[in-house]
Design a protein around this ligand. Structure first.
Ligand SMILES: [Zn+2]
Ligand SMILES: [Zn+2]
Length: 302
């Protein structure tokens, strides 16, 4: 495998092919890496109170390397920590791209032995495209956010897990800082009477490690970029990579400092009312899904 060198594993002591993890000042063999990765996820689940014994967790599974790695790690942890695990995927109605994406996700869920629920947004009259004043990525985000809450309730989930990585959290918080919005995205958003707990078990894990875990465990993942993906939204990540190169582990240290220094906030903490059309919880009188459905149904009229 690419990236392996001769050496001695600092954990088991075997002289073998080893992986270098400068972020953690570790040289580690492939077998010990899988345990190391799963222990990291487990520590996040336990230390941040993300899930308790007997609870049901639903994982939003996009099929990319991050959520694929998390699925397989959680599948092992669900057995030892005695929680129930289900996967949830949104078919985003983007033609063959979404069909191929779904195929990979079905393979992943079947091979992990985790039940999968698939929601087709096309069947709800929704599409991912520009809507007055909304970029396509904002439309996609609004649809996924609303449907995740809804499906988590329908599946009676205690916790809804997403595969946000260390870099995602840093990017989000850093963009906030650059717009003088002084708050961070917390690893856990406690449940309310209306919404499941939101958890991010990979916030302490650099995304590079997710790809390594997938390769070592032969986990298939969906590698195609979204057809609407634009590099600009992610360019700031280069700042963090440059910083990490100069000072290993600085991404993690910066994220931990920001988390400690800034108050936590999330859109889902706004007060919720019943949508006057569909009755689901929303921060506005008509929820985002109902507004988008209305827009798309009118847009189809010639
Ligand atoms: Zn080892
Ligand atoms: Zn509604």
């Amino acid at each position: 495998m690419e990236g392996l060198q001769d050496g001695r594993c600092v954990i088991c002591g075997d002289a073998t092919d080893i992986l270098r993890l400068p972020e953690f000042n570790l040289k580690i063999c492939p077998a010990c890496f899988s345990h190391f990765y799963e222990r990291r996820v487990r520590r996040a689940l336990e230390n941040d109170g993300m899930v308790s014994e007997g609870e049901r967790m639903v994982l939003a599974l996009s099929g990319g390397k991050d959520s694929a790695a998390l699925l397989f790690a959680l599948q092992r942890l669900a057995r030892v920590m005695a929680f129930d695990l289900q996967a949830l995927h949104f078919h985003l109605n983007m033609g063959d791209y979404s069909d191929r994406n779904l195929e990979t996700v079905r393979t992943q869920a079947a091979s992990a032995g985790v039940p999968l629920r698939v929601v087709h947004v096309g069947e709800m009259g929704l599409r991912i495209e520009r809507v007055k004043g909304w970029r396509p990525c904002a439309v996609c985000g609004a649809i996924r956010r609303a449907l995740m809450n809804r499906e988590a309730n329908d599946l009676r989930a205690n916790a809804l897990a997403t595969a946000h990585t260390l870099e995602d959290i840093l990017l989000f918080t850093f963009k906030n800082l650059l717009s003088r919005r002084l708050y961070a995205l917390p690893p856990v958003l406690p449940e309310t009477s209306e919404l499941a707990r939101k958890i991010k078990p990979l916030v302490y894990t650099p995304e590079r490690l997710n790809a390594v875990y997938c390769r070592l465990r032969n986990i298939p993942f969906f590698e195609e970029k979204c057809p609407l993906w634009k590099p600009e939204g992610h360019a700031l990540k280069q700042v963090f990579e440059g910083m990490e190169e100069i000072m290993p582990s600085s991404k993690l240290q910066l994220m931990l400092s920001l988390k400690q220094a800034l108050p936590a906030e999330d859109e889902d903490w706004r007060e919720l009312i019943d949508c006057e059309r569909c009755g689901e919880k929303s921060s506005q009188t008509v929820c985002a899904l109902c507004r988008l459905q209305e827009w798309f149904s009118q847009a189809q009229v010639p």
